[in-house]
Design a protein around this ligand. Structure first.
Ligand code: SF4
Length: 417
């Protein structure tokens, strides 16, 4: 099957001319292709008792596999929590990849849908799930066809019972990437996040204990089992474990999905994997975790990029969507664009987020920024919003106020206070 490799303007033009980038032209390895390289042997080993749940959980623990949708929760522990609850249980795969700047799940689904499906079925097996639901982002119509056809192949080969894998489309709402909103949506209701506790591991889909895993997390399960937990764990850098699929966009020479060591720094990622900055651009700063993960200045490009390590800078890596900004980017535009996005995508359920995001956008559109007012509003949103959307919405603004005063002044954004 085709790999586009690093996207360059020439390669994208060539691919478009060849019809390769049309969503209906995705060329993916069939069930036979995947089986020819040992595909679905892990699933068979699990089902036929050659690999136990305990062994698999120990492997995932040793590998350091964590939730790659953004929360970074250890995968084996999630399985453990769901298994501890009484059945019937469900498994849900979050394929609602909506964080701005994130496109890694799409990358894996387009290239290796069967490896993803094997990982998803092993996850479902690990918690003895009654059914496996896949909630797919509506903006990936080509992938809907791929997953439907791949599932049909599995059914015809007798590898899954008809109807065991249920493919559902989202409807374009960012908030449905939040697991409890996703579950509400799967149940046919508006996608509004639930209060916790109870957690979805206890009371999830149809009020049953539910395992929710991200696409990339389960994709790695067969790979880790095949190549070994030590291999995966040893891939990290600067003391971190494993690999991360960085979705890199912005002012670099080669944007795209770059598989790189967890803990790599921005400077290393750009220089070693992205061919450096794009011609004529000087690094100004970067968003380490899409729209929600905050913003860091160029002076902090030696911070290891991984879970847990960006918190002291008021940021988080989330789904590892790295958006690289240069001296030619307009910081006020960055801030208003992000807040307009959050205001638009807020589910409206709670006041601090619904009203706060709109109010913050208004404050950012004024000729002068009132730092004290922006700080107070941020605090209310972070303290009192129900879910991560409202809690994280102020992150980029707080980052700009903290670390970009000189750059804002250079761009004639006057900040008072
Ligand atoms: Fe909805 Fe925003 Fe409240 Fe989350 S924080 S529940 S998105 S209104």
């Amino acid at each position: 099957h085709r790999h586009l490799g690093h996207a360059t303007p020439e390669s994208v033009t060539a691919a478009l001319e060849a019809g390769e980038l049309h969503p209906d032209s995705i060329d993916w390895p069939s069930l036979a292709d995947y089986r020819a390289v040992g595909g679905y042997t892990l699933l068979a080993d699990c089902r036929e008792g050659r690999v136990s749940v305990e062994t698999l959980m120990q492997e995932m623990e040793k590998a350091g596999l964590r939730g790659l949708g953004g929360a970074g929760f250890p995968t084996f522990r999630k399985w453990h929590f769901v298994r501890a609850e009484p059945g019937p249980r469900y498994c849900v795969i979050n394929a609602d990849e909506g964080e701005p700047g994130t496109f890694k799940d799409r990358y894996y689904l387009e290239r290796e849908p069967h490896r993803f499906l094997e990982g998803a079925l092993v996850s479902a097996w690990a918690v003895e799930a009654e059914a496996l639901y896949i909630y797919l982002r509506d903006e990936y119509p080509g992938l809907h066809r791929v997953l439907r056809e791949a599932t049909e192949e599995l059914e015809q080969a007798g590898l899954v019972d008809p109807g065991y894998v249920v493919l559902r489309r989202g409807a374009g709402a960012y908030i449905c990437g939040e697991e409890s909103a996703l579950i509400e949506s799967l149940e046919g209701k508006p996608g509004k996040p639930r209060h916790r506790p109870p957690f979805v591991a206890q009371k999830g889909l149809f009020d049953r204990p539910t395992l929710v895993n991200n696409v990339e997390t389960v994709y790695w399960i067969p790979v880790i089992h095949k190549r070994g937990a030590e291999w995966f764990a040893s891939q990290g850098r600067h003391g971190r474990k494993g690999l991360r699929s960085f979705s890199v966009s912005g002012r670099v020479r080669y944007p795209g999905v770059h598989l790189a060591p967890a803990g790599i720094t921005l400077r290393e990622l750009v220089d070693e994997y992205c061919g450096g900055m794009a011609d004529g651009h000087r690094l100004l700063g970067y968003l380490p975790g899409g729209a929600s993960g905050g913003i860091l200045p160029a002076s902090k490009s030696d911070v290891p990029l991984d879970f847990d390590t960006l918190q002291e800078h008021g940021c988080f890596i989330g789904s590892a969507a790295i958006i690289v900004l240069s001296d030619q980017d307009d910081l006020r535009g960055v801030a208003t664009n992000l807040l307009a996005f959050f205001a638009d995508e807020s589910c409206g359920q709670c006041t601090p987020c619904r009203v706060g995001s709109e109010k913050m956008l208004t404050l950012l559109e004024r000729p002068e920024w009132d730092a004290a007012a922006l700080d107070r509003l941020s605090q209310v949103m972070m303290d009192a919003s129900i879910c991560g959307l409202g809690q994280a919405a102020p992150n980029p603004v707080l980052g700009l106020l903290k670390d970009f005063r000189t750059e804002l002044a250079d761009q004639n954004v006057i900040v008072r206070g």
